[in-house]
Design a protein around this ligand. Structure first.
Ligand SMILES: [Zn+2]
Length: 251
């Protein structure tokens, strides 16, 4: 099935399967210490009709439930990491399903499998399958060995959305919480997607937060370079928010 994807910002991506549209990790507002660093392609008011929403974890920059609560359809099916369903329901969403690793949910003809992640708080990545097209959504996980199992269970992946900023939380010792660009490329050598799109790389905590709290270890340029040696058969598309990528129908 043909698929058009559009980055909204950060890890929020609109996946459009011929009018059946899924949104990942909604983030629409900003706060001190949480800046997008790139434009926002849609607001909750300008989003097209959504068939479903996938949420990887409860961090504000992936689950901006207060801002997303202004979206017009509170019955939109929402798949979330187990443990954060209550927050979605409290914000007024009425069709919320919690998933843990390898649990499966159906949104119409779309099959969603929660896949492993590690990020310091409970998190899922996801495999999304519809009409013979398979997408891996990498949220902002670390590169953990458990992700190798995704390639075993889903040997044909059309599109991988992978975080690349290698975020580290610094005060005393640098604690890495997101894979870096080279680790994302190495993961591509295992998943072997047809197309890879980097996500999660323009976020900043502002000048003070960046100086005192966080470190970043990854850019799209580094991902493109690493992919040339790690996964040369995969096409890399670096997309600005709002810049659509149409993937041809191969099924
Ligand atoms: Zn996070």
């Amino acid at each position: 099935m043909a698929l058009t994807l559009t980055r909204v910002c950060h890890s929020s991506v609109l996946l459009d399967f011929g009018g059946h549209r899924l949104l990942t990790d909604p983030w629409f507002s900003e706060r001190p210490g949480y800046l997008r660093g790139e434009p926002l392609a849609f607001t909750p008011a300008t989003l097209p009709h959504l068939a479903g929403v996938l949420v990887s974890h409860g961090h504000y920059d992936h689950f901006d439930v207060d801002a997303f609560a202004t979206y017009r359809d509170k019955q939109v099916p929402m798949l979330v990491k187990r443990g954060i369903g209550e927050a979605a329901r409290a914000a007024g969403f009425g069709n919320v399903t919690e998933l843990d690793f390898w649990e499966v949910a159906q949104i119409g003809e779309t099959r969603v499998t929660a896949t492993p992640a590690e990020h310091g708080v409970p998190e899922n990545t996801y495999i999304i399958e519809r009409g013979g097209t398979t997408v891996f959504f990498g949220a902002d996980t670390l590169r953990i060995r458990e992700l190798d199992e995704v390639a075993v269970r889903f040997p044909w992946i059309d599109l991988a959305l992978l975080p690349i900023n290698g975020l580290m939380i610094r005060p005393q010792h640098d604690l890495r919480v997101v894979m870096n660009a080279e680790q994302a490329a190495e993961l591509c050598s295992v998943l072997r997607p047809r197309v890879a799109v980097p996500i999660h790389y323009t976020f900043t905590a502002g000048p003070e937060g960046d100086r005192n709290l966080l470190r970043y270890d990854g850019t799209p340029e580094r991902f493109v370079t690493a992919m040339r040696s790690e996964a040369p058969a995969t096409r890399v598309a670096v997309l600005a928010p709002g810049e659509p990528l149409a993937m041809p129908d191969v099924s």
